[in-house]
Design a binder for this molecule. Sequence first.
Ligand code: BG6
Length: 305
Amino acid sequence: MESTDIDLLNKQFAAPGRATFRTGPGGFPILTLANAHGTLEITTYGGHVLSYRPAGQKPTLFISRESTYIPGKPIRGGIPVCWPWFGPSADDPALPMHGFARLMFWSVDAVAAGADQSEVRLGLRDDERTRKFWPHAFELALHVVLGKNLAVELTTRNTGTGPFVLTEALHTYFAVGDIGRVAIEGLEQTPYFDSLTRLPMPAEKAPIAIRSEVDRVYVDTADDCLIRDAALDRRIRVAKRGSRASVVWNPWIEKSKRMPDFGDDEYHGMVCIEAANARDDAIVLAPGQSHTLAQILSVGAGADA
Ligand code: BG6
């Protein structure tokens, strides 16, 4: 059901105390899921996870205080769904950066709210709006499972008569206590494409420390990343499936100032680690085929454990 009618959504899907829709900023419908393991908020605009908080922990995701909530503009923070292209469109640079899925209202297809596990399924299908951006027939499904960890799965199915090429990302913004005291492990042995210089770079052979603008596509890796956050004394494991590209991004000082929907000082408190299919890892889907990209987040106390 594609709907911005909160009463209808609650009538069909709500479970008191565990799954409730409300109207959020900009009138966007927001579903809150709560269970023994934590809480999560997701809006039907963009199929966008806005917040995730494991029980007893601080928020896992960053969301900018300057974010807009306006149809046609992306939300800054949480987990944007970049689809069906990552970055600028290869066909037409005038098309929206990171595709159109994050700019549309999705349908709510199912909500299941248990004491230990909560799930929501949102969907987006081709119609006259999507065909203005992309001429293909598709079904896109986002399945979010809140349990001991958070699993976000994005499945694309080609429902048309010809093949299409897909690039995509779950563009997750992690909240960190102080970017200067964060180490990202897991990509030490992986070469990357530097999106700032447009040059391929060799593996760094060391955990990533962010001390300036970083915008990288790590290539040919299926490995987990681990964010060690000394200031918050916690670690976040970022696992993935269906992806051989990982993007790491922090805008640092100058780019933060250029982004109108991002506070000038907010780069201190975030880093994006994205499960992607991008560059050489573009996916070709024949008619009837599907592909699932997933990211699984697990949060633990102690930066060094
Ligand atoms: C990252 C890109 O994935 O997304 C960056 O690598 C980009 O180049 C960033 O700046 C944010 O993109 P947007 O469109 O959400 O501002």
